[in-house]
Design a protein around this ligand. Sequence first.
Ligand SMILES: Nc1ncnc2c1ncn2[C@@H]1O[C@H](COP(=O)(O)OP(=O)(O)O)[C@@H](O)[C@H]1O
Ligand SMILES: Cc1ncc(COP(=O)(O)O)c(N)n1
Ligand SMILES: [Mg+2]
Length: 552
Amino acid sequence: MAHLCFQVLSTSFFTPKPQIPVLLSPGAACIKSIHQYRYLYLKAMQDDKFSTPPCDESKVRVPHVLTVAGSDSGGGAGIQADIKACAARGVYCSTVITAVTAQNTVGVQGVNIVPEDFVAEQLRSVLSDMPPNVVKTGMLPSTGIVKTLCQSLKEFPVQALVVDPVMVSTSGHTLAGPSILDSFREELLPMADIVTPNLKEASALLGGVPLETIADMRSAAKAIHDIGPRNVLVKGGDLPASLDAVDVFYDGNDFYEFRSSRIMTPNTHGTGCTLASTVAAELAKGSQMLSAVKVAKRYVEAVLSYSKNIAIGGGCQGPMDHLLKLKSNVERRPFDPCDLFLYAVTDSRMNKKWGRSIVDAVKAAIEGGASIIQLREKEVDTGDFLEAAKACLKICRVHGVPLLINDRIDVALASDADGVHIGQSDMPAHVARALLGPDKIIGVSCKTPEHAQQAWVDGADYIGSGGVYPTNTKENNKTIGLDGLKTVCVSSKLPVVAIGGIGMSNAQAVMRLGVPNLKGVAVVSALFDRECVTTETRKLLEVLKESTKIAN
Ligand SMILES: Nc1ncnc2c1ncn2[C@@H]1O[C@H](COP(=O)(O)OP(=O)(O)O)[C@@H](O)[C@H]1O
Ligand SMILES: Cc1ncc(COP(=O)(O)O)c(N)n1
Ligand SMILES: [Mg+2]
């Protein structure tokens, strides 16, 4: 019975275009290679055989890499590195596992090869249901598995094939023996859009020629290109430690050298897997091959540099930390509403008046016991503001005091401050949240229950409510009084800090309002329009502590 299968191809194998379904006939299985598919595809395009697929506008296309590789129990290389690299690059990653290795930072203790027919079953499961843009291969431990993969790719062609011909682990353990070399040369490499051997693998593919210099890498790239892949990247991680980390790329016409300074670190386990997965991820997003390689090389360098001092395991082959972008969120302690207790807000005019730098003002407030700092610098140039924010952040981190930036989300992002405080006419809090991510602190100024409700919906962490008393610090600021403050507090799901004209004389009256989510007072002039900021902060802290004793 005629069995028709439905495939997805793209017009270019390096530049994904909107995907077009191709109806393959039962003869499809006879088609020998991906290159043949490309030919048939382009011919069919000319013959106008395709109909545009019904497109569902509500569905978002997700770039997708399928990795066919071995599992590394240590999590640094193999499937685990591939998933992390794709995730870090914003690409979905599915997996076909070819072997399970017992591996750590000391070496490889064992390898268990997944039966060939079960590799075939995994391939069928993924390829038939969720066609990836790009397939990336890593450890392929037997000829049977290589052949199974090639067969599956003929049946289910993809936009690009990235082959990392893994043979030996960085620790020197054989992951795929010389018996697979023939199937690599004869079947897999001719289908590959790029192959990424390290020095040992390039040498093995070429029958054992010694490779020691960049000139040798060029000759090897050319010789491997003759085997059939469209592009070759010979990686130079294993060049002598005195040399830069140079990779040689050859596309059949031109050579390119990708150079980065050598990062002195023991944590290089998984660099090759990470590089190949990142190339695959960038291709899946639509990059040209050369730019995909460029981005991948830069990414590996950034991850190596970021991870150079991390300590995981007792061996000498440490893993990298792929998700460096998320790291700063882990280091920051979570927001605690009690931080709002004595909230110091800087003011450029007052600093000028008293001849203080922003940093000196912040230092003094922290010394006096401020529990959170907001930089509210309306008259400072952006560059100077950023420098001041970075310097203040260092001090705040040492003392465990959060640092917020008033209005300027750009400065908060650039300085990696703990968050922002925004007003009703600034960027909406939900947009700020989208820009700052889930972990940064966002405070919003609210005068009404409606504002407070919106701040909650928008994902703020606290609200600032006032002016409680008349103030000169902010022009045209409506005073809401203690009653207005109470109304906002009662209707707010978020913790509240009171602001506006608060100082030594009235702080207790504010705190005695007796609403549980009123967590503290925010002060400007009472601290910074004074000769000694530290003394004033200390005094106010005592007053606030006293008010909580009375309340209890
Ligand atoms: N110490 C290092 N500093 C900078 N880049 C490196 C370092 N070690 C490896 N690389 C880079 O990591 C990538 C993987 O290379 P390599 O380690 O040679 O492959 P494999 O992990 O397959 O042995 C290449 O881009 C290489 O240049
Ligand atoms: C399962 C598995 N696959 C690949 C590698 C290669 O690691 P590297 O990228 O450091 O050469 C490995 N050590 N383990
Ligand atoms: Mg390596």
